[in-house]
Design a protein around this ligand. Structure first.
Ligand code: FAD
Length: 528
């Protein structure tokens, strides 16, 4: 139904969308803050920003390679405001709506050119309630909440914590649940999408719906890993566990990829108490390059990487398993040592290339924040980030390693090159995420950082190298899926989803038939 207010809002805002993208702000008399007149016409309680103020918030993302002009940024007060924006777009013949979490996408996925961007951060504090259901603790949090803040409040106020994380926590709950949310705990608990039991969602039909495995389950599973295509998550119920006090963080080095993968796969396949609480891995350059090589491995300034401990047979790149063991303040040092030695005793890393530190659990989960601070100081946080993330099947990870790590990126990417195994059985097939075949698959992340002052052409070269990797995978029949996918053509999306494409299309028809939502993903075109 087109309400009177929506008709009014469209009449008010659409002329600028149609023929004047240059400066809606001046015409609307919006000077960096909301104008009551505009808020009224959009029929929302929150703020509306246009022109430069909107572009400042939503014209760029972490990838730094796309720059678009939204018509306006809506800073909602709650679900009703978000539904108001969606209904307004439905009433128009062109407008789209993108939820923007913290804008940490790489390829413009949270942008809306000429559309409305909903800045979810204004809703961050709307929900925070811890509860119990059948002996399991959970927390209700806002879709716009940063995981970092969820962690801090859960631990400090309740001694509890979510079970599954991302490496970096300056990301929103809704943003990671729209993809998957993966880190070193996912081998045990699955991605973050496997650790939520209920959502509140504003659909592309403008409806506000509560959904779970039992209630409106099609919407629940559509939205999880749904690339923002089916609804905007305003509340998520996240499973919790008792938070440990401390973590022993360990890195061990391998010269041989097959020994690295054998140990990593063994660790992720063990029962809970027989493994570490966190298992990740990365590839690094066999040399003294401070950004790509040996110096990136030690965990403390007092530790040195001694290359004389490497076997003669070492190649151009080396491999590091990154592990963590949780413990309580009340656990004795010797019992922690014993657990650790029992597990490490089974592994075949290169003796003498082992690093460890003990640190509080919260500091461990916030470890990437320190890298963010350093990158902000040296300017690489603001430069473009042509990142590539893939899931590669166990069957093909050896071939991938030969071609990509040993050949294409053998000199490093200016940042971490992650590679570690995950278990498919911990992912729910009913979500919108697609994975390679087989129980074990690897996440591969080439997290490229570009030095300040680098020419645009050098960024283009890195983007071209990403494309070369993807094309090599396709041509050689590698069983892979892009994580945080980014495609330009319909054919590529169809290939990406494979036999799940028709389900994705059916879900779109059900929950966002006009293709209003998340246009920056470039999966569907706005229906006319
Ligand atoms: P945005 O980039 O703002 O949005 C992403 C997509 O989700 C967009 O399509 C947007 O429209 C949609 N969206 C946003 N909010 C909502 C909502 N509430 N409801 C529905 N749709 C919504 N990922 C991992 O899995 N593991 C990691 O360890 C990891 N580390 C990272 C480290 C850094 C430094 C960066 C930049 C990214 C990392 N990522 C990681 C990727 C990250 O999970 C995704 O980029 C995620 O989308 C970013 O979250 P965001 O809140 O910034 O979302």
């Amino acid at each position: 139904l087109i309400t009177q207010q929506h008709t009014r809002m469209i009449a008010y805002i659409e002329p600028y969308f149609l023929d004047n993208e240059s400066d809606a702000a001046s015409v609307l008399n919006v000077t960096g803050k909301s104008s009551d007149g505009v808020s009224e016409s959009l029929n929302i309680q929150g703020e509306i920003l246009c022109g430069g103020a909107a572009a400042d918030i939503a014209g760029k993302d972490f990838g730094g390679m796309n720059c678009v002009k939204p018509l306006a940024v809506v800073r909602p007060v709650g679900s009703e405001d978000i539904a108001g924006a969606v209904r307004a777009a439905l009433s128009s013949d062109k407008l789209t709506v993108a939820a923007r979490g913290n804008g940490h996408s790489i390829n413009g996925q949270s942008m809306a050119e000429g559309g409305l961007v909903v800045d979810m951060r204004s809703t961050a504090e709307n929900h925070f309630e811890v509860g119990h259901y059948g002996g399991t603790a959970f927390v209700d949090v806002s879709g716009g909440a940063l995981w970092e803040n969820v962690l801090k409040r859960c631990v400090s106020e309740y001694g509890l914590a979510p079970r599954s994380w991302t490496d970096y926590l300056g990301l929103t709950v809704g943003g990671t649940l729209s993809n998957a949310g993966v880190s070193g705990q996912a081998f045990r608990y699955g991605p973050q999408t496997s650790n939520v039991t209920e959502l509140d969602v504003v659909t592309g039909n403008g409806d506000v719906v509560t959904c779970s495995e039992m209630e409106n389950s099609e919407l629940f599973f559509s939205v999880l890993g749904g690339l923002g295509q089916f609804g905007i998550i305003t509340r998520a119920r996240v499973l919790l566990q008792p938070a440990p006090d401390m973590v022993r963080w360990i890195r061990i080095v391998y010269a041989e990829f097959d020994e690295f993968t054998r140990d990593a796969e063994w660790l992720v396949s063990q029962k809970d108490e027989s493994s570490f609480d966190y298992v990740e891995g990365f590839v690094f350059v066999n040399g003294d390059d401070p950004v790509n090589g040996w110096p990136t491995v030690p965990l403390h300034p007092d530790q040195d990487f001694d290359p004389t401990r490497l076997p003669q047979s070492s190649g151009s790149v080396l491999y590091c398993l990154e592990l963590a063991l949780h413990y309580r303040d009340s656990d004795s040092n010797s019992s922690v040592d014993k657990r650790m030695e029992r597990l490490l005793g089974r592994l075949r890393f290169d003796e003498g290339l082992r690093f460890e530190v003990d640190l509080p659990y919260v500091d461990f989960l916030l470890r990437v924040k320190r890298s963010e601070e350093i990158a902000k100081v040296n300017g690489t946080w603001e430069t473009p980030h042509p990142w590539l993330n893939l899931f590669v099947s166990k069957r093909d990870i050896g071939d991938f390693e030969q071609k990509v790590f040993k050949e294409l990126v053998k000199n490093g990417v200016g940042g971490p090159m992650l590679v570690y195994p995950l278990l498919r059985s911990r992912w729910d097939d009913r979500t919108s995420v697609v994975l390679p075949e087989g129980e074990i698959f690897y996440i591969v992340a080439l997290l490229r950082f570009v030095p300040p002052g680098a020419k645009a052409s050098s960024v283009d070269k890195l983007v071209a190298q990403n494309q070369e990797i993807v094309q090599w995978c396709v041509k050689n029949g590698i069983d892979f899926k892009l994580y945080l996918p980014h495609y330009k053509s319909r054919e590529e999306w169809i290939r990406h989803f494979g036999n799940r494409w028709s389900r994705f299309v059916d879900r779109k028809a059900m929950f966002d038939p006009m293709a209003i939502l998340s246009p920056g993903q470039k999966v569907f075109n706005r229906a006319l």
